[in-house]
Design a protein around this ligand. Structure first.
Ligand SMILES: [Zn+2]
Length: 314
């Protein structure tokens, strides 16, 4: 739903590859010729994007899937995971000060809200007592089907527990059929709206529904991907539990017209200069960002922004 923007992609890729390279247990792949192929293409596999995934799937289809599973995901044996002697993705998700782990990646991504739903915070925090929290990492291409991408940077989508574990699970996603938060911008394809004229409502929750409508001039493929995203993450159903937010915006738009906002700016103009312009007041009163580039900063920000536009607030 919200595109992931990375400020320094070269640094991220370098740090990530250097960090996880040693977690892959290449010696488990036989015969030697196949092992050599994976070894020589390891960087390509770990940093694969878009069409590269498809190419690599074709090029490695003759390699035993079980071997790839052991090399890239790690052993299923409980004791190995517990003792830390595991490898691959299983080792990556163990919190450690000795090797590069999921906390390192989450920290570097610095993504505070789930990009799949824009509903839940996904802060990465390690406290002094070593209690910690981080986003879960969803395998966009299911790791059971494609173990070779278990540690691929762009196959790991930082996300909330509800989107990753409760809703998506092991669903079959593909970058041709679903929104990929690293490469697609859902916000440019769909917009929140309501199926009734909001200002005609007397504040009753059951009088309207929140829907996601297509923006104009979108491609067929973008529409297909966004429709699948809405359906598979049950977004309209989930968002209809946030009608109270929409009703607050209706009240807001009734209470504050342009004159009222201009008056607030003018009132503080001479003395404190708290507000630079009416946009700053709107941000404060709405409690959310009103710029597209900032809608990843707070939960529900896309809903608030789109509905505010519908109401003519911004
Ligand atoms: Zn989510």
């Amino acid at each position: 739903m919200i595109k992931i923007n990375i400020s320094n992609i070269n640094k991220l890729e370098t740090d990530y590859f250097d960090g996880v390279e040693s977690l892959v247990r290449l010696k488990l792949i036989t015969p030697k010729s196949k092992r050599l192929f994976v070894t020589n293409n390891l960087k390509r596999i770990i940093l694969a994007k878009n069409n590269e995934f498809e190419c690599i799937i074709k090029e490695t289809k003759n390699i035993d899937k079980r071997q790839l599973e052991l090399a890239f995901i790690g052993s299923q044996k409980e004791e190995e995971t517990k003792s830390g002697s595991s490898n691959g993705y299983k080792k990556f998700i163990i919190k450690s000060n000795k090797h590069y782990d999921a906390y390192n990646l989450a920290k570097e991504l610095n993504l505070n809200v789930c990009p799949y739903c824009n509903r839940n915070y996904t802060f990465t925090i390690k406290s002094v007592t070593n209690k910690a929290t981080r986003p879960e990492f969803d395998h966009f291409l299911c790791k059971k089907e494609h173990p070779i991408f278990a540690l691929s940077l762009y196959n790991l989508i930082p996300s909330c527990h509800i989107c990753n574990s409760v809703i998506k699970g092991q669903s079959q996603f593909n970058y041709n059929t679903h929104i990929h938060p690293y490469f697609d911008d859902f916000n440019k394809i769909k917009k929140f709206n309501t199926d009734k004229k909001l200002l005609s409502l007397i504040t009753k929750k059951d009088e309207f529904n929140i829907v996601l409508k297509d923006r104009q001039n979108i491609s067929k493929n973008d529409k297909l991907k966004a429709d699948n995203h809405v359906k598979d993450f049950v977004l309209e159903t989930l968002y209809n539990s946030h009608k109270d937010k929409v009703l607050e915006l209706v009240d807001f738009s009734r209470a504050y017209n342009k004159d009222a906002l201009d008056n607030i700016v003018n009132e503080f103009k001479e003395s404190t200069k708290i507000f630079k312009d009416t946009n700053e007041i709107k941000r404060l009163l709405l409690g959310h960002h009103i710029e597209n580039e900032n809608i990843d900063k707070r939960p529900l920000n896309k809903l608030i922004k789109d509905i505010s536009e519908e109401l003519g607030l911004i």
